[in-house]
Design a binder for this molecule. Structure first.
Ligand code: G6P
Ligand code: ZN
Length: 542
């Protein structure tokens, strides 16, 4: 029997760059998750009898909120819930399940690369029937609904056993616990030449994948070790833990330093990779080389035709605005359209659905294609392996060849984390006000050529997204972008994106910090970073 439970709104349920993310203790408030889930259901139409997918990255609260979602889905009239065994579904696998089984949509429980555990982060994101994150039109409606919600619907049933595959009936609805890996692994087998990768590995090519005690463990064990024959131990930290072993499941130099040490140490493997909490990000390393996400996007786009799934070529390439222009050079050379979107994977969905882009990427370690509607960490790893198998060269040689052909976009992102929100907003608003006066201004060896605030007119649905980052363009093609992160759960994070292009005949083997030194000084100076934040150095450089 359906129960109608009275509730009152929480005023902080505005979804950010990627769903609603809060501290676990915020989610543990009475009716907090229920309010948000009901707000999602209340803005959706015509889902009676339809299928909802639910799963998450295994972090603390994952199982509890899954049970809540199952009860509320039954009460709200869904016909079927598909849930990953143990509550596990990586974000790209969830996207694939939604598409494969023509589900109405899905709820993905994750706070991505943020830490997990009782004192850390949790999140809920709604994905629509194309498998991608809900567009702003829907997330805005969810927020509006959450501000006035006065009841939620649930049923009084026992918890569903999430650790046993198969179907159960609950309150007139079917719950099916599914293998979280199988459909995804089969999709990867269709896109990539597993035989070629298997031969590469059998021939002595060594790889190391750090699953960071997060969701990709089961996927990587199955695909890399079982299907592709990599030796046991190739996958490290392969068991998902509710607190990710106390680490941030964020594949960067700071949090994946063990992998960096391995790849830059003596006896390094040929290839190293890692993914994040929910499996949508990727980190790519070769022996003694870190491939920036922007460069990885460009190299994958330039070589994708070597994999069976992309042998017919690409329809277009899309990147978020702060991502470097390396992919633009590839698009230009291949005669492909290049789309520049705001930060957030949701902006790629329309382009992919409309067949305007095949491969997409972001500087924030996200790369993916039209195979699902999320970025996909293991997909990027497998495309790299497929390319390495076909070309028979090292990662370093492939990147050197890439730069010699297209030139090199030296690139870094400097993050200032844990800032006071008011101070960070003041920095941005002062810089915004100063933009019109900046062109022509010289600082060090750099002269500002243009300054604006990025906005995006979606070419498919005509929606306009304003306030998507402040851009300073310099004579000679260098660029600095400033924006505030939309994924944090406390304080504010200022992101400063620095980029300088060197043509094919230029210096292609400089160290990035040296190549960007002038820009780093200009960013401090033009935005007044030390004055506003009291910081003289970033917290993290990626
Ligand atoms: C998530 C989103 C990405 C986005 C990233 C950084 O991973 O899925 O699309 O690029 O967060 O967002 P932020 O607002 O923190 O820079
Ligand atoms: Zn993620």
């Amino acid at each position: 029997m359906t129960l109608t439970i009275a509730t009152t709104p929480y005023i902080d349920q505005k979804p950010g760059t990627s769903g609603l993310r809060k501290k676990v203790r915020v989610f543990q408030q009475a009716r907090y998750a229920e309010n948000f889930v009901q707000s999602v259901f209340d803005v959706l139409d015509d889902f009676a009898g339809q299928t909802l997918v639910v799963g998450g990255d295994g972090r603390f609260l994952n199982r509890d909120v899954i049970q809540t979602v199952i009860r509320m889905a039954a009460a709200n009239g869904f016909g079927r819930v598909l849930v990953g065994l143990g509550g596990i579904l990586s974000t790209p696998a969830a996207s694939n399940i939604i598409r494969t089984y023509a589900a109405f949509g899905g709820l993905i429980l994750s706070a991505s690369h943020n830490p997990g555990g009782p004192n850390e982060d949790f999140g809920i994101k709604y994905n629509i029937g194309n498998g991608g994150p809900a567009p702003e039109r829907i997330t805005d409606a969810i927020h509006a609904r959450s501000m006035v919600i006065d009841r939620y619907l649930t049923v009084d049933i026992l918890d569903v056993d999430l650790d046993r595959l198969g179907e159960t009936q609950v309150a007139g609805m079917v719950v099916e616990v599914i293998d979280p890996v199988a459909d995804y692994a089969e999709l990867m087998e269709r896109l990539f030449d597993f035989d070629a990768i298997r031969k590469l590995i059998a021939g002595g090519f060594r790889l190391s994948f750090d699953a960071m005690h997060a969701v990709t463990g089961p996927y990587a064990h199955d695909i890399l070790e079982r299907r592709l024959g990599a030796p046991a131990g190739t996958v490290t930290n392969g068991t998902p833990l509710p607190d990710f072993g106390g680490h941030h499941p964020d594949p960067n130099m700071v949090h994946a330093h063990a992998l960096f040490d391995r790849m830059f140490g003596s006896d390094a493997p040929d290839f190293g990779a890692a993914s994040d909490g929910d499996g949508d990000r990727n980190l790519i390393l070769g022996r003694n080389i870190f491939v920036t996400p922007s460069d990885s996007l460009a190299a994958l786009a330039a070589n994708a035709h070597l994999a069976p799934g992309y042998a017919g070529g690409l329809k277009g390439i899309a990147r978020s605005m702060p991502t470097s222009g390396a992919a633009d050079r590839v698009a230009h050379a291949l005669g492909l359209p290049l789309h520049e979107t705001p930060t957030g994977w949701k902006f790629f969905g329309n382009l992919l659905d409309a067949g305007m882009a095949t491969i997409c990427g972001e500087e924030s370690a996200g790369t993916g294609s039209d195979h699902v509607r999320e970025k996909d960490g293991l997909w990027a790893v497998l495309l790299w392996l497929n390319i390495l198998a076909v070309r028979g060269e090292s990662v370093a040689a492939i990147m050197a060849g890439h730069w010699a052909r297209f030139g090199r976009n030296y690139y870094a992102r400097h993050d200032y984390e844990g800032l006071e929100t008011a101070a960070a907003e003041q920095l941005v608003s002062e810089l915004r006000a100063a933009l019109p006066a900046l062109p022509g201004r010289t600082t060090g060896s750099l002269t500002v050529a243009g300054a604006d605030e990025f906005e995006y007119l979606d070419p498919v649905d005509g929606s306009l997204s304003r306030g998507q980052g402040l851009r300073l363009q310099f004579e000679g093609g260098a660029r600095i972008v400033f924006r505030l992160s939309g994924t944090g759960t406390s304080g504010a994070t200022l992101r400063v994106y620095l980029e300088r292009y060197e043509g094919p005949d230029g210096v292609l083997d400089a160290e990035t910090p040296a190549a960007l030194a002038d820009l780093i000084a200009a960013a401090d100076h033009l935005a007044g970073i030390p004055r506003h934040t009291g910081r003289t150095a970033p917290t993290v450089i990626t």
